[in-house]
Design a protein around this ligand. Sequence first.
Ligand code: PXG
Length: 436
Amino acid sequence: MQTNSLESLWLPFTANRQYQAAPRLVVAAEDMHYVTDDGRRVLDGTSGLWCVNAGHGRRPIVAAIQAQAARLDYAPAFQMGHPLEFTLAARLARLLPGDLDHVFFTNSGSEAVDTALKIALAYHRLRGEGGRTHLIGRERAYHGVGFGGLSVGGIGNNRKQFGPLLPGIGHLPHTHDLDRNAFSRGQPAWGAHLADALERLVATHDASTIAAVIVEPLAGSTGVLVPPQGYLERLRAICDKHGILLIFDEVITGFGRLGAAFAAERLGVQPDLMTMAKGLTNGAVPMGAVAVRGAIHQTFMQGPPAAIELLHGYTYSGHPLACAAGLATLDVYAEEDLFARARGLEPLWQDAVHGLRGLPHVVDVRNLGLVAGIELEPRPDSPGSRGYEVYLRCWDAGVLVRQTGDIIALSPPLIVSESQIAEMVGGLAAAIREVA
Ligand code: PXG
């Protein structure tokens, strides 16, 4: 196979010309490993892109997708249904914390975020509070690439090519502070008060204009920012005080990543809406979802029964193959008790990644659940180059890590063994030592 004939494909979030010069191709995957086109095995330190939480090529999931493809390939998503989507929604409702008991299906995290923002706006309007149109995100947030998610997102580089985006957006400050919190184990002690910035936005815009606040409970894409102790609790309290909906974007944190089904459960803070994707189907078929509290759903279920309550949806909402993958994935998580497994591994994981402290240029190590961020000092003349070189060395040495600028993120499948953790962190340590 010719690996560098990429004239036709435009790769997402990729330096396409740099990639073409040295392509990386994977052709197979099983459990903790990818297999490259030249037959190398690469240890997956990132669960693909934070999605393959149960490990690759899991037989029950593969079999469920195959069987469903043969039974019912597609069912119209609007004004019709098929049994699996009801079953999956019910299973999720049981897994979700508190009264998050209704589920709307999408096909990606980006679509889930835009859906959640639209539900929030429509909900307030239905309650006669249509003036609540402002949406609040956070600096450094990643909420996908739709216009809604990009607008509440806070990664400047991702936004700058696309003009003014949505009007009526505010951003909370991010919670990263190396001077105060570097090398924190678990949730950092400093920073709960950063949530008070929401009170300032309320003072500026008035609560009656604010629909919702959306945050990643643990910010993943930007380079693993762990929420300070008490921060999410304080956001919740301020939202409650002012009638603002709190949306947790759990696209990364859901399905065991933090050692519980969801971050909301692990961190003990209940959102009004929750977005999910990725681990929902173990990455095997695209799917996202929005969970809402019963009372929010009930607000929509008024008025004439013949009226469509929410003018929103996708051709592939609740796709049969995605539902089959989702149900089989939830079975694997349950049968292997993978969320508890992740929680049990956390102390060992924490010790392993904090062993990187003291290596050249390592300015921070942070962790929660089976996630770690390792921040390297940027080269003054070329920020990001050190991180990229570390990433490439790891790849060459047979370990896949994720790089954002000079931050390396690790988020292995929850089936990772103790020796694979040692191999992963050891490979990264060697790469950090080699890259000057
Ligand atoms: N919300 C969050 C919190 C995410 O992390 C999305 C929404 C968008 O999901 P989709 O399915 O539309 O991509 C994400 C996606 C990385 C990385 O390496 C992270 C994501 C995607 C690709 C790479 O950090 N997160």
